[in-house]
Write a protein that binds this ligand. Structure first.
Ligand code: ADP
Length: 631
């Protein structure tokens, strides 16, 4: 039983294939995690890195409290079950299960009791004396599971264990593995390409594609809040229907235009209030997705949030309790994939191929994705508040409420649009707000606040029990657009410095037996702008483990440090102060290092030439060539 922590895990094979990119996940003790995705997406490679069967190119892997990157598989306290159960044909089931324990020289009594217990859990007690060839596929896979569970591992790893079984047996074994997980109370990590298997077994699912994690969430949340078009299309049967189109905010409404239909649909903005502002400009192409259950045959008295469009029936699938109707939006050929729509119909109306039907789309349930990035533009945690605003005499005014603009920002009076990130609404300012609702989403609290009658999203890691709060704005993060220009732009909150990893010899004065001696030591660190910064032991270890000894010194790296963690120091990187920016109580120096602009937190004013230094305990390091985040 153990937590498993994967931080910035990468796998680059020697032929250059980047099989796994920046995999980050904290798996809690006793979770049932499923890695799912199409063939070649990197799920087995990730599992094999956890098992120790594959080297980790970069990143930190922990099982329990131990970093196991360089630990042999046998010492990791894990057990693995494969698709190919690889039983020894000449041994009985008992011997097969006991084999690993015998190798580890456990006492005979102990082996016996563990084999019997495992056989009972798996319901194969009657087969212990049989040879594998006398058993069915399902029974053999149970023996393979038995061989894993007698090891009493901290983590069970299962790589497509059911894909050799027929459909019926697979469903049965699925349920048995889920039961086994409950009974054992062990952390399970399970790999499959089958989304139904993932949805029915996992407490949380990791959806992967092309070596990248697409989304990590519970089955329900993956279904209801897919983070991108790939996840939306991969999870759920029948597949989600997608249409191309545009969205345009028009006062309190949004006009939806489908490329494949003449119908313009006007819906209240409140239905799409979480939408990313840039997607509502009437130009940005989006995919508009609907699950079959959110599409119905239109009644004449449709409700407001139902958009009605015409479609031609292609064919239907009778599933007994319901019917799936496959149709194409009118005026389009069947081949035009993005005009296909699937309707789940429970009312059993007589409908035939070629019929023209009216289809009602529940806009409140629409899933929206940017056509270019394919990422959701209707995220569960909205990134921005998108509001009309006014700048007047040093105040930013929206929802009829004025916020004092800090002296760092100079801006003439104007009317415009405000992009206020949800994480830029701070708690503890001067403006009163009412908490209308609070929703906990993956460990963060999303608040809907009422400010003078208008709504605002805000985020906090803390739960707030009160009904009213005082809020402020982090002006470093906001954008104001007037006449198509950014009149206020956010500042970059992370400084980056190009650097290399270096080793240097130093002499240190030490006292030994009352005598002062010079001792030669080797120090590792990062060289940026010809200035040496000593690296922490942890950083040195991560650099060597990701790059190897040879490449460590020749790779081009980028050191990143938050502006709150970059300070003025007596020695450090020479920089020129351009201005002092005051954001309320926070003061920053805007500095130039060559062409590079950096910001430095300060509590006094400087001008001219200074030295700056990143806090070496808080830096991030990226290898530029392969874009691998090492620290
Ligand atoms: P999955 O388990 O999702 O089907 P894998 O983890 O097996 O995918 O593979 C991920 C990618 O890594 C694929 O592109 C595959 O071709 C590649 N790959 C796997 N093993 C090796 C290897 N030993 N050498 C080079 N490339 C590999």
């Amino acid at each position: 039983m153990a937590d498993v922590s994967l931080k910035h895990i990468y796998k680059v094979y020697s032929n250059g294939t980047k099989a796994v990119n920046d995999f980050n996940m904290e798996i809690e003790d006793k979770e049932f995690i499923v890695f799912v995705g199409p063939s070649g997406c990197g799920k087995s490679t990730t599992l094999r890195m956890i098992a120790g069967l594959e080297d980790i190119s970069a990143g930190e892997l922990k099982i329990g409290d131990t970093i196991v990157n360089d630990m042999e598989p046998k010492d990791r306290d894990i057990a693995m079950v494969f698709q190919n159960y690889a039983l020894y044909p000449h041994m009985t089931v008992y011997e097969n299960i006991a084999f690993g324990l015998r190798l580890r020289k456990l006492p005979k009594d102990e082996i016996h009791s563990r084999v019997i217990e495992a056989a009972e859990i798996l319901g194969i007690t009657d087969y212990l004396g049989k040879k594998p060839k006398e058993m069915s596929g399902g029974q053999r896979q149970r023996v393979a599971l038995g061989r894993a569970i007698v090891r009493e591992p901290k983590v069970m790893l299962l790589d497509e264990p059911l894909s050799n079984l027929d459909a019926k047996l697979r469903t049965q074994m699925r349920a048995e593995i889920a039961k086994l997980h409950k009974k054992l109370g062990t952390t399970f990590i399970y790999v499959t390409h089958d989304q139904v298997e993932a949805m029915t077994m996992g407490t949380r699912i990791v959806v992967m594609k092309n070596g990248y994690v697409q989304q990590i969430d519970t089955p329900k949340n993956l279904y209801n809040y897919p983070a991108n078009k790939f996840v939306a299309g991969f999870i759920g049967t029948p597949q989600m229907s997608f249409f191309e189109g545009t969205l345009k905010k028009d006062g309190e409404y949004v006009i939806i235009k489908f490329d494949c239909s003449d119908a313009d649909i006007k819906v209240p903005y409140s239905l799409l209030y979480k939408a990313k502002p840039s997607s509502l400009d009437g130009k940005t192409k989006v995919y508009i997705g609907f699950r079959a259950e959110d599409v119905s045959l239109a009644e004449s008295n449709s409700e407001n949030n139902l958009a009605v469009i015409n479609a031609v029936v292609s064919h239907r699938e009778e599933l007994g309790n319901e019917t799936l109707i496959y149709a194409y939006l009118c005026g389009f050929q069947e081949e035009a994939g993005s005009s296909r729509i699937i309707i789940k119909d429970n009312c059993g109306k007589e409908i035939n191929s070629g019929d023209i039907i009216k289809v009602a789309l529940d806009i409140g349930k629409a899933h929206l994705f940017d056509k270019e990035t394919e990422n959701s533009v209707l995220p569960r945690v909205p990134e921005y508040n998108y509001l009309d605003c006014q700048i007047k005499d040093g105040k930013l005014i929206f929802h009829g409420t004025a916020f004092e603009i800090p002296s760092a920002i100079k801006c003439a009076n104007t009317n415009g649009e405000l992009l206020l990130p949800s994480n830029a609404v701070t708690f503890g300012g001067k403006i009163k707000a009412e908490i209308v609702s609070c929703e906990e989403i993956n460990g963060i609290n999303l608040f809907s606040l009422a400010v003078n009658g208008g709504r605002l999203f805000a985020l906090s890691h803390e739960k707030i029990e009160r009904n009213t709060v005082n809020i402020g704005i982090d002006f470093k993060k906001i954008t104001v657009i007037a006449d198509g220009e950014n009149v206020i732009a956010p500042i970059n909150e992370v400084n980056s410095f190009n650097c290399t990893f270096v080793k240097r010899k130093t002499k240190r004065r030490i006292e030994q037996n009352g005598k002062v001696k010079n001792k030669k030591t080797i120090e590792f660190g990062f060289l940026t702008e010809d200035v040496f910064f000593s690296a922490s032991d942890d950083a040195v270890q991560k650099i060597f483990s990701a790059l190897g000894v040879k490449k460590a010194y020749v790779s081009t790296l980028k050191m990143e440090c938050g502006i709150h963690d970059t300070v003025v120091s007596d020695t450090g990187i020479p920089a020129k102060v351009e201005s002092v920016l005051e954001y309320g109580e926070d003061k920053f120096l805007k500095c130039k290092i060559g062409d590079n602009t950096v910001y430095v937190k300060t509590d006094r004013e400087y001008d001219g030439d200074i030295f700056i230094a990143p806090d070496m305990d808080k830096i991030g390091v990226v290898e530029k060539e392969r874009e691998i985040k090492i620290i």
